[in-house]
Design a protein around this ligand. Structure first.
Ligand SMILES: NC(=O)C1=CN([C@@H]2O[C@H](COP(=O)(O)OP(=O)(O)OC[C@H]3O[C@@H](n4cnc5c(N)ncnc54)[C@H](OP(=O)(O)O)[C@@H]3O)[C@@H](O)[C@H]2O)C=CC1
Ligand SMILES: CC(C)(CO)C(=O)C(=O)O
Length: 338
């Protein structure tokens, strides 16, 4: 695991790469954002956090500048860009190397098709980070970091990848149920995508008593798909899927715990919210949820609230709607009809 490529130098990839570089792991960083590359190569990569900040000198390359081979590729592009990024990145992977997806969604399914199941290692991340400006990222809060093989087995490389990530997250750990985490995050992060419809912070949106029924129906809808797929969804950082499955009161109490997790964070809004409100760009919500819809269909399950969520986000992305309570009300209407 000596030669490390981090593909995607944004909030997640850049933050991880800067910490690995500081620990003398010498990662090679790749991105397509020319202004960001220029700033990193000129001034270093600045990482701010509530605990202080540091600037790490490291080389950042455009995809066409990469050469050589690498033992591990940490993929940290948005789900939308997984395929295009990997088609290029896989050229640089050793035959017995692996791709580790530092992404939200069920990206490991597509990655396995592109590089082979045996070269795909699952990862679940829940720390918060923001791209602030070229060359400058915010590491907003720590969160769970878990590595697991997609077939549930433990291999020597599983632990080696965890060790590699420890300079970034000292509590990084392995699991034999990575799909449990990925589906857990899929259900949980539907609330973060729904927050993108609103003009609220994550704390206010997730903790909004007027929206709790909507939140619970949305999360339950996705947990049911995980169960149909034979996956035991797992909790993390305040989220307990079983509370949602138990009864309404338990689910409402858990929503409060989930909101509290974000209160001390310097990241006030979800990445999807920021894509719309700050950058005026597309989110990766459709790319994350579309594979889930296909799986739901396979099991004969309806997911009307999640489908409505994607439709509303696409309206936002296309400039046909504005973030705010009336958009949230449209989602609520669908949820209450379900
Ligand atoms: N930010 C967060 O707090 C969290 C994010 N995640 C997940 O992590 C993943 C990465 O998100 P995040 O870091 O926030 O996103 P960012 O947009 O901050 O970073 C992604 C970077 O990848 C670049 N990129 C796009 N296409 C390519 C390509 N083909 N090759 C190389 N680089 C490319 C982007 O450039 P450009 O902008 O020009 O497209 C951007 O700089 C997502 O799946 C997200 O859902 C998970 C947990 C928390
Ligand atoms: C909010 C966060 C960081 C999860 O904790 C996230 O995954 C996102 O913004 O997409």
């Amino acid at each position: 695991m000596k030669r490390i490529l981090v593909w995607g130098a944004g909030a997640i990839g850049g933050t991880v790469a800067a910490h690995l570089s500081r620990a003398r792991k010498s990662p090679t960083l790749v991105d397509v954002n020319a202004a960001h590359l220029d700033a990193i190569n000129r001034d270093g990569l600045r990482i701010s956090s509530p605990d202080g900040e540091f600037t790490e000198r490291l080389t950042a390359l455009a995809p066409e500048q990469v050469s050589g081979v690498f033992d591990v590729i940490f993929l940290a592009v948005k789900a939308t860009h997984t395929e295009i990024a990997l088609e290029r990145a896989r050229e640089f992977l050793t035959p017995d190397g692996c791709v580790v997806s530092l992404q939200n969604g069920l990206c490991e399914i597509g990655i396995a098709e592109l590089v082979g199941r045996e070269r795909t290692v699952g990862a679940f991340i829940n720390f918060g980070a923001d791209y602030v400006e070229p060359g400058h990222l915010l590491f907003a809060n720590r969160g769970v970091v878990i590595i697991g093989e997609i077939d549930g087995l433990m291999r020597p490389r599983t632990q080696r990848i965890v060790e590699l990530l420890r300079p970034f997250e000292p509590d990084a750990a392995t699991t034999d149920n990575i799909w449990g985490y990925l589906w857990g995050k899929t259900a949980y992060s539907s609330l973060l995508k729904a927050e993108a419809l609103s003009d609220q912070t994550m704390v206010d949106f997730i903790g909004d008593p007027d929206l709790r029924e909507v939140h619970v129906k949305l999360v339950r809808e996705l947990l049911a798909v995980a169960r149909a797929e034979g996956v035991e969804p797992l909790g993390f950082n305040g989220f307990d899927p079983r509370a949602f499955e138990r009864d309404d009161e338990a689910a409402y109490a858990n929503l409060a715990d989930m909101a509290e997790f974000y209160r001390p964070s310097a990241k006030t809004h979800s990445s999807a919210w920021r894509d719309i409100a700050i950058f005026g760009q597309k989110t990766d919500a459709p790319a994350q949820l579309t594979p889930v819809f296909a799986i739901a269909e396979k099991h004969g399950l309806q997911v009307p609230i999640s489908r409505k969520l994607v439709q509303l986000i696409e309206n936002l992305e296309a400039g046909r709607a504005k973030q705010g309570s009336s958009l949230v009300a449209e989602l609520a209407k669908e949820a209450m009809a379900s």
